[in-house]
Ligand binder design. Structure first.
Ligand SMILES: [Fe+2]
Length: 381
């Protein structure tokens, strides 16, 4: 992707209309071997002074291990703190690869933020807004995934009205699953989405918002710097690192003769994590198909499902905002009656996001506040 004014080649003198030299910023991933984006700033982008880190959210802390049980957390019962997105995340479940949080922001970020630890993936359950960065303004709305690359200086301006977002901080970097890409890296013709489904930032040219403070999260802690110039003073950029929005309902779900496993719903992959989208769809069409997921021992992964809306065929007692956590080591499956009751069902209107995670998840104190303690035993017939 490219926007604004660019010189003919990397690392050559490039000047503005007044003849003043512009300054490159190379945003590179995986050292200098991975995807990158190059931005052209009006001012030197790197001079900064250390400043107090007065923003950020509560970082999860290790807690004693609990008994291995199937768990259910009712995030709909959480009293969320409000404030700007950079302050209002409430982490709930986490491991070394991913942190799942919820937030209900009520104000725009007053500072710029760069997550130096992770790519941020949000799922907008309610509300929407604008993600602003030097790459442009990216609009997002209800039912969108919003992906913000690691290290991108940005701020988020929630729109008017109630907001409710799921936040997935993916510490090993997010990418599209390999099975949906061809050898050239392009999305395959048979992938469940295409490049036109991904909304990109709209470049606005150099922006001066009067904000100099940049909050950085790195090493599980918040740090801050005051920049000399606006971090958004960019005349043009090109490259492969940019934020995007993807409407979950654009995911083209598959149906089969019989039940298809979650990998068919794989939408984003990350180190130790696979994000799957369960969207309204037709169900399996074998005359004797059992559309309800079969009981399974997925021995290598913890599974969480965040339920947004619709009727969930396999679960009782979960509702919009619920998170079920089915850890590796204990089998899980449908609630009583759901398995047989699903036979003959032709469609589902469920909307949910599932994460499969390689490492065991821990809950935070906030999750424990809204735990449904009866969940594990509720599968008895
Ligand atoms: Fe499962």
């Amino acid at each position: 992707m490219a926007a604004g004014r660019l010189p003919a080649k990397h690392h050559i003198a490039f000047r503005d209309e007044d003849g003043r030299l512009l300054h490159e910023e190379c945003l590179t991933r995986e050292g200098f071997e991975g995807p990158y984006t190059i931005l052209y700033h009006r001012h030197r982008p790197h001079p900064s002074r250390a400043a107090p880190a007065e923003h950020g959210w509560r970082i999860p802390e290790p807690a004693p291990r609990r008994p291995l049980l199937r768990r259910h957390y009712r995030t709909q019962d959480l009293r969320l703190p409000g404030g700007p997105p950079v302050d209002s995340r409430v982490p709930l479940l986490w491991n070394a690869d991913a942190v799942a949080s919820v937030l209900a922001p009520t104000a725009a970020d007053p500072v710029y933020f760069a997550n130096g630890d992770a790519d941020d993936l949000y799922w907008i359950l309610e509300g929407g807004g604008v993600l602003r960065s030097a790459l442009g303004d990216l609009r997002f709305e209800k039912d969108d995934y919003l992906c913000v690359p690691k290290g991108l200086v940005h701020r988020i301006l929630p729109g008017a009205g109630p907001q409710r977002w799921l936040s997935l901080e993916l510490l090993g970097g997010i990418h599209l699953p390999a099975q949906w890409r061809n050898a050239a890296g392009q999305l395959r013709m048979d992938a469940p989405y295409c490049h036109r489904d991904f909304r990109r930032p709209e470049f606005r040219g150099p922006l001066e918002e009067g904000i100099r403070r940049v909050l950085v999260k790195r090493g599980g802690a918040f740090h801050a710097f005051d920049q000399e110039a606006s971090p958004l003073d960019v005349v043009g950029w090109d490259g492969s690192v940019w934020p995007f929005a993807f409407p979950i309902l654009a995911f083209q779900a598959r149906a089969g003769l019989v039940h298809l496993p979650p990998t068919w719903h794989g939408t984003f992959a990350a180190r130790g994590a696979l994000v799957c989208s369960f969207v309204p769809r037709v169900l399996d069409f074998h005359p004797e198909a059992v559309p309800c997921p079969y009981p399974h021992s997925s021995v290598d992964v913890d599974e969480i499902i965040f339920y947004a809306r619709g009727q969930f065929t396999s679960r009782r007692g979960v509702g919009p905002g619920s998170i079920s956590h089915h850890p590796a080591g204990v089998m899980h499956g449908p609630h009583p009656g759901a398995y047989e009751g699903s036979i003959g069902q032709r469609t589902t209107d469920e909307l949910a996001v599932m994460l499969d995670l390689r490492e065991p998840l821990q809950p935070t104190a906030a999750a424990l506040e809204v735990e449904d303690a009866a969940y594990h035993d509720g599968f008895a017939g």
